[in-house]
Design a protein around this ligand. Structure first.
Ligand code: PLP
Length: 387
């Protein structure tokens, strides 16, 4: 079997062996398997100690207070808790978000729309960026919350959430950002960014799947209505027995990124530029999204005149992705690219390449050559009339 090169780090990352090692210490009978909520014996105390160490590790990555970190099952749950948790019981009824958000934000806002909230959906320009002035222009006296993602998972484009947060702070509006693609990849400092809520996902940062966190600012305090009721864990904000092994995994993953992010980013950015140089030599290739304002590891390139599904099938030794979603009747091109005004055909012919910790120079060189080869082959197949 030919090796399939993994270039889909934005979909998920493998677990770092150092993280796996830490996690495996929290499973077996001779390990740290206790329930962190058990107050009456050393098994519980030890587990709680590990959970709190991990909380500090995640907090350090954001320059936050550990008491501002709430464990969740992932960024999807963190997005739900942030948005519904703020909305429930609030008297203001207007929410601002964008059309390029992850489904976890889009669908949560759509749900609230159905419950009578007014939602303003901002479209990015061709750059794929949501600008602070766009947000400022749509704020109303009854605006409760702005939710704008930090790094877009399909294009890698970065929104200036510090500037958007400042606009919100000035207006007395809460600001949430889905930072699943930026935590550990871009500097995040909540002491300098006026952002009230941040969603994180462990499996985008070399930690386990099914694990995440919500940063909830303490000063000025954010009032959240819990979405999960039960034992009152996590200061009442999210009940449920804490998944010690997952939590220590996210903590260790955060500690590694805190130490290594700078050197890792330099390496990944170099590889991304190398890959992009290959891809942009392909006739008809076009980078989707802003050239400069982008996170290290993600590029999205359209190949004019080629069918995306055919391209993907032909690239059978590369694990890359399209942003398309299958509905019952058709394949819909990425909602993000469409929102940026990318024509339907080109959106269909666009691929996301995302690189990460285990990507090598040989991987990106191979990928670049393969794409060039396959696109040239497919272009040769097109009828001369070219319609
Ligand atoms: C992956 C991702 C999510 C979902 O995170 P889960 O932990 O898988 O629930 C949400 N938002 C963005 C931007 C993502 O990339």
């Amino acid at each position: 079997m030919t090796r399939v090169i993994y270039l889909d780090y934005a979909a998920t990352t493998p677990v770092d062996p150092r993280v796996a090692h830490k996690m495996s210490g929290c499973l077996l009978v001779e390990g740290n398997f206790g329930n962190p909520a058990s107050r009456s014996h050393v098994y519980g105390w030890r587990a709680e100690e590990s959970v709190e160490e991990a909380r500090s590790q995640v907090a350090r990555l954001l320059n936050a207070d550990p008491r501002e970190i709430v464990w969740t099952s992932g960024a999807t749950e963190a997005d739900n808790l942030a948005i519904k948790g703020v909305a429930e019981g609030a008297t203001r009824r207007h929410i601002v978000t964008s059309t390029i958000e992850h489904k976890a934000v889009l669908d949560t806002c759509r749900y609230l729309e159905g419950k009578g909230f007014a939602v303003t959906w901002l479209d990015p320009g061709a750059s794929g960026v949501i600008e602070p002035d766009q947000v400022r222009a749509v704020l109303r006296p009854d605006t409760l919350l702005v939710s704008i993602m930090h790094v877009n998972n399909e294009t890698g484009v970065v929104n200036d959430i510090a500037a958007i947060g400042a606009v919100c702070r000035d207006a007395g509006v809460l600001m949430h950002s889905d930072a699943a693609q930026s935590a550990g990849k871009l500097p995040l400092d909540v002491a300098r960014m006026p952002v009230d809520l941040l969603s994180l996902s462990a499996h985008k940062m070399y930690g386990p799947k099914g694990m995440g966190a919500l940063y909830v600012r303490r000063d000025p305090p954010v009032r959240l209505t819990p979405q999960m009721h039960g034992g009152g864990h996590e200061r009442g904000m999210r009940s449920g027995t804490l998944a010690t092994h997952q939590i220590v995994g996210m903590g260790e993953a955060s500690a590694i990124l805190h130490r290594e992010m700078e050197t890792e980013n330099a390496r990944i950015t170099r590889l991304r530029e190398r890959l992009l140089a290959h891809l942009l030599q392909v006739p008809g290739a076009r980078l989707n999204g802003d050239r400069a304002r982008r996170s290290p590891g993600i590029v999205n390139v359209g190949f004019a005149g080629v069918d995306g599904e055919t391209l993907l099938l032909a690239l059978d030794d590369l694990a890359v992705s399209t942003g398309s979603a299958c509905t019952s009747t058709s394949v819909e091109p990425s909602h993000v690219l469409r929102a940026m005004g990318v024509p339907r055909d080109l959106a269909h012919a666009s691929l996301r390449f995302s690189i990460g910790r285990y990507t090598t120079e040989a991987d990106v060189d191979h990928a670049g050559r393969r794409v060039a080869e396959v696109v040239a082959g497919l272009a040769g197949l097109r009828p001369a009339s070219g319609a």
